[in-house]
Design a protein around this ligand. Structure first.
Ligand code: NAD
Length: 354
């Protein structure tokens, strides 16, 4: 059945791909974006067909929510954050924005939300020791990281192995951005119960692909490596390069959103959206460098505060409930990414919140 969808963050990296997927499937899309300077540069005009709307503006939302069947909420301030000064921007755009949107959806009797969430809500992820028992690690200590001790250890001092997180893993955000994404989920879950609505929270893993933002402190690591290679430099890989992640192509993210819009699940359904092919950060740098014909990666031993050691999702529940299986493997997608166009606009510094 064709539906009328309000898409927030429609001018963003992921939102622009979702817009094409929804429209390509015949759905009627009302596209909105605030054109945040931190994402698009100062005074950027919205793309054709996108209304400039701040999701924190209830009157503007009331206007755009008329006749809407479902909301696909991508608008957010993204990235790991640079300092504590970013906290108000995450809270304002991501959490206040979501709360204002949920209240407006209730006024409009719009009962289905697809929320862009993130694997960052899991914090340190899941680990098992040599006997297969679960280990719940604390955040890594600065003094260990400074000495190049990157792995979580079991009680006997042996490194523990990562295990795929499923959606029942307790949320444990470790960064300001992660805290804001977890809070979005909590607001949405409570709203679903209070209003009898449905929410599908798609926990994306590391997203990459065409139109990804260029190298900024808020960009994903694939774009950062790509920019280093384009500048003739070797990609600089932090820690020992063995950090495990899942890189999922933006075309697959768009497909997952299309499926989630078309198929409401329970009252609150969190789903991991991942490729199902875990890779290490060192491997990502090597694939990009090889495909680009650039300098081989350099493992630096540096680290970023708030980064987790490993985080790998199980995509099994999304397969079962949404029939979602990622089509693009990282080996193919990352090699193609070296020549994909990036977002042309240059971001204008740290996000603001007023
Ligand atoms: N890129 C990733 O790897 C990744 C991973 C996990 C989750 N996510 C989530 O996916 C969503 C989209 O991220 P993206 O990578 O496309 O980022 P992006 O910065 O390219 O897009 C976000 C868009 O939201 C808009 N926006 C921000 N605040 C707004 C507001 N108050 N009102 C209206 N629009 C506003 C921005 O102008 C921007 O166009 C976000 O919710 C993000 O948290 C992204």
């Amino acid at each position: 059945m064709l539906v009328r969808v309000l898409l927030t963050g429609a001018a963003g990296f992921i939102g622009s791909h979702i817009r094409r997927a929804l429209e390509g499937a015949g759905h009627d899309v009302v596209a909105i974006d605030f054109m945040l300077a931190a994402a698009h540069g100062r005074d950027a005009a919205p793309p054709i067909g996108v209304y400039r709307v701040d999701v924190r503006d209830p009157d503007a939302l009331d206007l755009r929510l008329r006749g809407i069947d479902a909301v696909c909420h991508q608008a957010a301030v993204v990235g790991a954050g640079v300092s504590a000064q970013d906290a108000p921007a995450y809270a304002s755009h991501n959490d206040l924005g979501t709360a204002v949107l949920l209240a407006a959806m209730d006024r409009a009797r719009c009962r289905h939300l697809v929320l862009a969430s993130s694997m960052v809500v899991y914090g340190e992820g899941r680990y098992v020791d040599s006997s297969g028992d679960s280990v719940v690690p604390s955040p890594r200590r600065r003094e260990d990281l400074d000495r190049g001790r990157f792995d979580h250890l079991d009680s006997a001092g042996a490194p523990v192995a990562w295990a795929p997180v499923d959606e029942d893993t307790p949320l444990s955000p470790r960064s300001l951005y992660a805290a804001s994404k977890a809070a979005q989920e909590h607001y949405a879950a409570a709203w679903a119960v209070a209003t009898g609505s449905t929410v599908t929270a798609l926990r994306y893993h590391n997203v990459y692909g065409p139109e990804m933002p260029r190298d900024t402190p808020y960009s994903g690591v694939a774009a950062i490596f790509r920019s280093m290679l384009a500048a003739g430099e070797a990609p600089r890989v932090f820690e020992d390069g063995c950090q495990a992640r899942d890189f999922v192509h933006v075309h697959d993210i768009a497909a997952a959103n299309l499926a989630a819009v078309e198929r409401p699940l329970g009252d609150f359904a969190p789903l991991n959206i991942a490729s199902g092919h875990p890779v290490t950060i060192g491997e990502v740098a090597a694939v990009l460098a090889g495909a680009h014909g650039g300098k081989p990666p350099v493992v630096t031993g540096e680290y970023r505060s708030g980064d987790v050691r490993h985080i790998v999702a199980s995509p099994e529940r999304a397969r079962r409930t949404l029939d979602f299986i990622a089509e693009v493997t990282p080996a193919v997608g990352l090699a193609e990414f070296t020549s994909a166009p990036l977002r042309t606009a240059v971001a204008a510094g740290a996000p603001t919140w007023r």
